[in-house]
Design a protein around this ligand. Structure first.
Ligand code: ZN
Ligand code: ZN
Ligand code: ZN
Length: 391
């Protein structure tokens, strides 16, 4: 099915409409995950600084509130549609020349390997262990809120002009599908001004260096005003105290929280996070090549299906791929719709070529593997790994 962009005034695009969800007006306040920790520290703002905002009652300062679950679907989510027609699943194989070429390249890339076995070994057998990799990507959007503040410099103040939109109703930009991203913005109608809690609205704070005095004990004469008996201290001209450099003798410094503005703009920050959750399944092959090697190579893409929600695979010749696809599609749609909103899914099947090559060198039989589109070689039993001992 098609996904409709939400278009606002001036044709700005505000994210994607998800047909499975209803607007905030038709449901209660947003649910909130339990807080991880209460805000702490001497400069933590008091709770009284934050107004009660309908729909945002559990929002904490400094985050820790976790991600907001998306609203419940108002009607059953649209059923996924079967993917495109299946192509013919043909299996390519590599030639002896390709296998040898890759092997020689491999041996020459190892500084200490003697290239004899790669160049002169006689290939006696080539077996294909081509395997499939199924990949499911689920692109999700999640949202979290926190109370924030910044120095007040005549920003718009809009709290209580009207009720704020629910966290899932605030328009966000249109994300690029399958690319991680995030956007942080003020929730409309939550911004108000408050006196700065750190300087109590003074704009300045006592200097820590001189405890607000503007001067401190002279470090040269340690406050006596004299050095070596009757010699007056030149550093402080005998006063015993010197001006505080940190505050230039003023005894106070600009408040770091309000930057001297005395007032803070207090508002709810919304973080919209887009995540591509990708999971692979590789069919086990019995070649003896460790499966983890395959994660580093690419294969030939046989199938690609991109939809709002993908339909479990049908008709693929390998039943283990079909089963894995079914399991992953079920897992992802269950897992990610609880804490986030699924915007798009993509499933792909790649055929990864794996060839086991048996060759003989100096009367003994050895093997190596050539795998992936890159013709990557693995040869754990290479017979001449040090050019000093083997000629
Ligand atoms: Zn002195
Ligand atoms: Zn000072
Ligand atoms: Zn302040």
């Amino acid at each position: 099915m098609e996904y409709q962009p939400i278009v606002g005034e001036g044709n700005l695009t505000y994210g994607m409409a998800n047909p499975g969800y209803m607007p905030a007006a038709e449901r209660g306040p947003a649910l909130l995950a339990p807080p991880a920790a209460a805000p702490q520290g001497p400069s933590a703002p008091p709770a009284s600084m934050f107004d009660s905002m309908p729909g945002y009652e559990g929002t904490l300062a400094g985050g820790g509130g976790g991600f907001l679950p998306p609203p419940m679907p108002a009607f059953p989510v649209p059923q996924p549609e079967p993917g495109p027609a299946q192509p013919s699943w043909n299996i390519p194989s590599i030639s002896e020349d390709t296998a040898r070429g890759a092997f020689v390249l491999f041996a020459s890339s190892k500084c200490c390997y003697n290239s004899g076995p790669a160049k002169d070994g006689v290939i006696t057998r080539m077996d294909a262990f081509n395997t499939y990799r199924y990949r499911l990507e689920t692109f999700t959007e999640s949202r979290s809120t926190e109370w924030s503040h910044e120095p007040y410099r005549d920003q718009p103040v809009d709290a209580f002009a009207q009720p704020p939109p629910g966290p899932w109703d605030v328009p966000a930009k249109a994300p690029t599908f399958f690319v991680d991203d995030q956007q942080i913005m003020k929730v409309p109608y939550t911004s108000s001004t408050k006196p700065c809690h750190v300087c109590v609205g003074m704009g300045r704070r006592p200097c820590k260096e001189c405890a607000g005095a503007g001067n401190k004990v002279c470090w040269v004469c340690n406050g006596s005003g004299f050095r070596h008996g009757d010699d007056r201290c030149l550093h402080c001209s005998g006063r015993g105290r010197e001006n505080c450099n940190r505050c230039q003798g003023k005894g106070s410094m600009q408040c770091e929280t309000c930057h001297g503005q005395q007032q803070l703009l207090v508002y709810i920050n919304l973080t919209v996070k887009w995540t591509n959750n990708s999971e692979n399944y590789v069919v086990e092959q019995s070649s003896g090549l460790q499966a983890e090697h395959l994660s580093k190579v690419s294969g030939k893409e046989l199938f690609r299906d991109t939809q709002y929600l993908v339909y479990p695979l049908v008709g693929f010749p390998d039943p283990t791929v079909v089963n894995a696809a079914q399991r992953l599609v079920h897992d992802h749609q269950g897992k990610y719709s609880r804490t986030s909103r699924i915007l798009q899914q993509r499933q792909t099947i790649e055929l990864i070529p794996v060839t086991k090559v048996t060759y003989s060198w100096k009367g003994k039989s050895h093997i190596y593997f050539v795998y992936g589109n890159e013709f990557t070689v693995n040869a754990d039993d290479y017979p001449a790994t040090c050019c000093c001992t083997v000629m």
